[in-house]
Design a protein around this ligand. Structure first.
Ligand code: ZN
Length: 249
């Protein structure tokens, strides 16, 4: 009787141990099976969104120096950039080579292409803006100061609201008057701007976004990657910076 009980006991213990082993194994297998598909889905999703970013929006930040937004909604104090001279015009030293390259490429289209304006201090912009307001009021004595300013702001900006103070903007044309260049030459020059990291800053049909009417001569450096994206998607700097911010860039 004693021997039989012992055998029964051992059999029971072994049985319980086997059962426990199976249970534990089953739980682990279950967990593994449950986790695997989920993590696969997760990594696939990540890969998808990475692919999109790679082929679409450039990996730049709206806080990059090339993308600094200066306009009537973004008044900016004197920036005092480090300057270099190209064609008798001061520009931010960091874009000296790109300005020279763009100018030479434009001159290959029309030898009369030259730089008209580059860096302007906030103090100088104030003088310039004032002189335009006075000119408008002299030409039309019925204009109020506010009306004259509204008129001027379609082609020149108040101190602190002109991106010429960044040293990243240039006016380049065959002639010294706004929108007076041969439109076909202007179109060809505008078309190659992105190769050197520039965009036509105030394009036709975007005055509502930029607050400035079409300017055939005003180019802004934003970097080659961003310039090509903006050109392809017909985005102004305002729209592009907004898009980057929406994407947490
Ligand atoms: Zn300009």
């Amino acid at each position: 009787m004693g021997k039989g009980l012992n055998l029964k006991c051992i059999g029971l213990i072994v049985g319980v141990l086997l059962l426990l082993l199976l249970l534990v194994k089953g739980v682990f297998l279950k967990t593994d099976n449950a986790q695997m598909p989920e993590s696969t889905v997760k990594s696939e999703r990540l890969a998808d969104s990475n692919d999109k970013e790679e082929s679409d929006l450039p990996k730049v930040s709206s806080a990059d120096w090339e993308l600094r937004l200066v306009n009537r909604n973004h008044y900016t104090p004197e920036l005092n950039p480090d300057l270099a001279m190209v064609d008798n015009i001061w520009v931010d030293r960091r874009i000296e080579d790109q300005v020279r390259g763009f100018l030479e490429a434009a001159q290959a289209i029309d030898a009369n292409e030259h730089l008209i304006s580059g860096y302007r201090s906030v103090a100088y912009q104030e003088e310039l803006y004032e002189s335009y307001v006075e000119q408008e009021m002299a030409a039309n004595p019925d204009l109020s100061r506010a009306a004259a300013e509204r008129l001027v702001q379609t082609y020149s900006q108040p101190a602190g609201a002109s991106e010429h103070q960044t040293g990243l903007a240039i006016d380049m044309s065959t002639v010294n008057s706004l929108n007076a260049s041969d439109p076909e030459v202007a179109r060809q020059v505008q078309d190659l701007a992105a190769d050197y990291g520039f965009v036509l800053r105030f394009p036709q049909g975007k005055a509502k976004v930029t607050g400035v009417d079409y300017e055939d001569w005003h180019f802004r450096y934003v970097g080659v990657q961003s310039a090509n994206y903006m050109k392809k998607n017909q985005l102004t700097l305002e729209e592009y910076v907004n898009l980057l911010k929406e994407n947490n860039q």
